[in-house]
Structures are given as structure tokens and as C-alpha cells.
Design a protein around this ligand. Structure first.
Ligand code: TXA
Ligand code: MG
Length: 318
């Protein structure tokens, strides 16, 4: 299929708000990655969102709220959840909480679960957009399902062949998605490592969230083994570079290589590495190489989220 050359899909805040109010979808910047937004109360809009992204309908969406008050209109906040929201919102923390019976939400957002994932993004453009629409916005990352998450407006435009309106808010500051925490009474379960390190959460609550139990209990339907997949295959924990490989390096001691090489952080800074992760993977993938060799990344702090994304990107494709 030939994609017709259209006018730039970039839209203004005014236009984006009006598209959303009319049940359309718009890609919006957040501090983590770009999100593909729809009015969370509008069934048709949310359905269109699943279709545009090619996302399985069993995989629920995060509701993005302007502030804590809006969030409290759609979910129950036990004391521990309130403590986390007060410490980290606005910011890259998604809380999975019991959905309120009277919440004005499309059932498609929660994919039939009794819980809802919600967060208040720390990005002025996203906040202004939600405030103008006056409703929580359902927004998965703005990539076709299973592909790399977008951290720039250009990456969104490329991913959807220019067919989705995009509100450009510049490159994303964090670069990996939010940390997802389910609050279950006085227990915390980390469903997805992300832009807030487990250690940071422990500093606020006095204990670290545990991992989801693979045998049962609260889990995240979206944590599929293969995800974030570049076209090229990936080789993790590489100490050297093989023939035909390109290199995703980390730190000052990258092995010698005369082909394409990008460094996540020359100084070994994990926040910088997280910020560069998806953009560097995208660029190395675009170089046309068959395989991306990736140097080891320490598993502490934001390294946990980076290694999670790399493992999924490297997993056998379903
Ligand atoms: O940083 C982010 O979180 C970005 C930006 C756009 O906000 N969004 C994002 O959305 O990463 P998405 O849809 O790509 O990932 C959301 C994850 C999925 O794995 C989904 O299964 C999980 O959150 N999730 C959503 N609601 C849930 C719920 N009620 N229970 C368990 N997991 C849930
Ligand atoms: Mg995603």
C-alpha cells in the first residue's frame, strides 16, 4: 500500500483537545514516552485506540489524570496509595487500584478488570491537554503494538505512517515507561519496572515492592515476553562485537568496533542511558544491521527497567 503524502500530522494543543472531545485520538508527549490518547469515558474512542495500535483487547490501558483529585474520582485510594501518589505525582508512577463503581470510564479501558492503572504525567503539555478535555485520557505508549516505544514526535509519525495527529512536546525526559505498582492492602507489587527505581519507592514506604507472583495474584496482562521489538535481533551482555553486528555501548570502556556504535551513556549514568534507550535502538535498527550487540548494564536503580526492556526486545518473537 502506498501511503499518500499528507500534510504534517502535527497539531496544536487547541486542535488536539478538540479532536479528543469529539472522540478522536491524538499522540501526546509525556515525561516517559509518547502516549496515544483517547477520552477514557468514550467507548468508541477507546475502541479506535485499540484498533489503531493493534493492541489485544485483553490488555488494559493507563488512565492519565490532571491531578490527584481527578484520579480519586475513578479509583479507591487506600492510605498506602495516597502516600505514593503524594510522593511521586506528577511523575512516572502508575498505581493499579480498585476501580470505583461510579467511575465514568469505558469498560474497555480496564479490559474487564476490577482495577484501574492510573497516573498523573509530569509534562506541562500533557497536563494542559487533560485539563482542557476535562476527562482522564486513556493512553498506551504511541507505538504499534509490540514495537519500540517512541520518545520523540518523529518516532510516532514514523510508527503510524503519519496517519495519527501528534502533539509535539519535544524529546521525552525519562525515556522509559512509568513504574507500575499495584497496591494490595498493605502490600506493594511491582508489575513493571520503570522510570522510578524500586529503591526510590522503598525510601518513601520503608519497604521495597515485591515482584508479581508468576503463579497467580495481581499481574499485568501486558507484560508479554516479546515486546519493544526492533527489526534486528539482539545479543545481550556482549563483551565484544561480532561480524555484521552494530553495538549499543554503555560506559567508557566500549570494545573497539569500526561499524555503527551508539553509547547509552559514556559516563555510566543510568538516567541518561534510560533517556537514550529507545532512540538509540531505533537508530541502530535503521542502520540495516541484522544484529545489535548490547553491552551489560548494571541492574541497580534505573538499570532494572533498562534491562527489562532489553530482555523483552531480545526475546524470541511470538
Ligand atoms: O509511561 C507510561 O506508562 C506510558 C505513558 C504513555 O504514560 N504508557 C504506557 O502504557 O506504557 P502501555 O499501555 O504501553 O503499558 C501499560 C501497561 C500494560 O502492560 C498493561 O497491561 C498494564 O500497564 N496495566 C494497565 N492497567 C492495568 C491493570 N488494571 N492491572 C494490571 N496491569 C495494568
Ligand atoms: Mg507500551
Amino acid at each position: 500500500m502506498n501511503t499518500p503524502v499528507t500534510a504534517s500530522p502535527e497539531v496544536t494543543l487547541d486542535r488536539a483537545a478538540s479532536i479528543l472531545r469529539q472522540g478522536g485520538i491524538v499522540a501526546m508527549p509525556t515525561e516517559t514516552v509518547y502516549g496515544l490518547a483517547a477520552d477514557a469515558a468514550n467507548d468508541d474512542a477507546v475502541l479506535r485506540l485499540y484498533e489503531t495500535k493493534g493492541r489485544p483487547r485483553f490488555n488494559p490501558l493507563i488512565a492519565h489524570c490532571a491531578d490527584l483529585e481527578m484520579a480519586q474520582g475513578i479509583a479507591e485510594f487506600p492510605p498506602l496509595a495516597l502516600k505514593l501518589a503524594e510522593a511521586f505525582w506528577p511523575g512516572p508512577l502508575t498505581l493499579v487500584l480498585p476501580r470505583r463503581a461510579d467511575a465514568a470510564l469505558s469498560d474497555l479501558v480496564t479490559a474487564g478488570l476490577p482495577t484501574i492503572g492510573l497516573r498523573v504525567p509530569d509534562h506541562p503539555v500533557a497536563q494542559e491537554l487533560i485539563a482542557r478535555v476535562g476527562m482522564p485520557l486513556a493512553a498506551p505508549s504511541a507505538n504499534p503494538s509490540g514495537r519500540l516505544s517512541p520518545t520523540t514526535a518523529d518516532a510516532v509519525i514514523e510508527g503510524f505512517d503519519g496517519q495519527v495527529p501528534v502533539l509535539d512536546g519535544g524529546p521525552c525526559h525519562s525515556g522509559v515507561e512509568s513504574t507500575i505498582i499495584a497496591v494490595d492492602g498493605d502490600m506493594l507489587v511491582q508489575l513493571r519496572p520503570g522510570a522510578i527505581a524500586r529503591e526510590e519507592i522503598a525510601k518513601v514506604t520503608g519497604f521495597a515492592p515485591r515482584d508479581a507472583d508468576p503463579e497467580g495474584g495481581i499481574r499485568s496482562p501486558g507484560m508479554l515476553a516479546s515486546h519493544y521489538a526492533p527489526r534486528a535481533s539482539m545479543r545481550l551482555n556482549a563483551e565484544n562485537v561480532g561480524p555484521g553486528e552494530v553495538l549499543l555501548a554503555f560506559g567508557a570502556e566500549a570494545p573497539a568496533h569500526d561499524g555503527p556504535i551508539l553509547n547509552l551513556s559514556q559516563t555510566g549514568d543510568l538516567a541518561e542511558a534510560a533517556r537514550n534507550l529507545f532512540a538509540h535502538l531505533r537508530a541502530l535498527d535503521a542502520s540495516g544491521a541484522d544484529k545489535i550487540a548490547v553491552m551489560p548494564i548494571p541492574d541497580r536503580g534505573l538499570g532494572e527497567a533498562i534491562n527489562d526492556r532489553l530482555r523483552r526486545a531480545a526475546a524470541p518473537r511470538g
